[in-house]
Design a binder for this molecule. Structure first.
Ligand SMILES: [Zn+2]
Length: 162
């Protein structure tokens, strides 16, 4: 596996059936991890159609993890009834570190990124314009362009502790 892509589901605090099909790991609002239907290895080669489709134009070699929530999000001032929680975000950052170690993936902007960042870098794909993750409710001071760096720094901190 060559990279990890981080999402939010735009749903409620628990994963639904569709979420479980589209991501390898989901973190619910309480910080519990749910395994998706597909193994990480299913995304080594997506030509057989048996893979977790989480990032349009970027599924091959990509581990997809998603935080459950953000249904109804409009903007920083109106985040809906399911804003990402701190315990959930921290568990996500730790999971990134665990997966980076397991799959020997460096934590760099090229190898660990949000879906939003992937879309910015790949404007020709259907991932262009995705807003996960432009805002982290528990860390409201982190501006949109810095969210990816913030997540990578958190993951590096956890990696140091493993
Ligand atoms: Zn996404």
């Amino acid at each position: 596996m060559k990279r990890i892509i981080i999402h939010w589901t735009a749903g409620v605090y628990e994963p639904n059936t569709t979420d479980l099909e589209h991501y390898h790991y989901l973190i619910d609002g309480s910080g519990n991890i749910h395994n998706g239907k597909h193994n990480v290895e299913d995304n080594e080669n997506c030509n057989d159609g048996n893979y977790a489709a989480h990032t349009g134009g970027g599924n091959t070699g990509s581990i997809g993890i998603s935080m459950c929530g953000m249904y109804g999000y409009i903007n920083h001032k109106n985040t809906g009834n399911y804003p990402l929680t701190k315990i959930q975000c921290e568990r996500c950052f730790k999971l990134i570190a665990e997966l980076a170690k397991k799959y020997n993936i460096a934590i760099t902007p090229q190898t660990v990124m949000t879906h939003y960042e992937f879309g910015v870098k790949n404007p020709q794909t259907t991932s262009s314009g995705k807003i996960d993750i432009v805002y982290l409710p528990p860390y409201p001071d982190i501006e949109q362009s810095k969210v990816g760096d913030f997540i990578r720094n958190k993951a590096r901190w956890y990696l140091d502790k493993i």
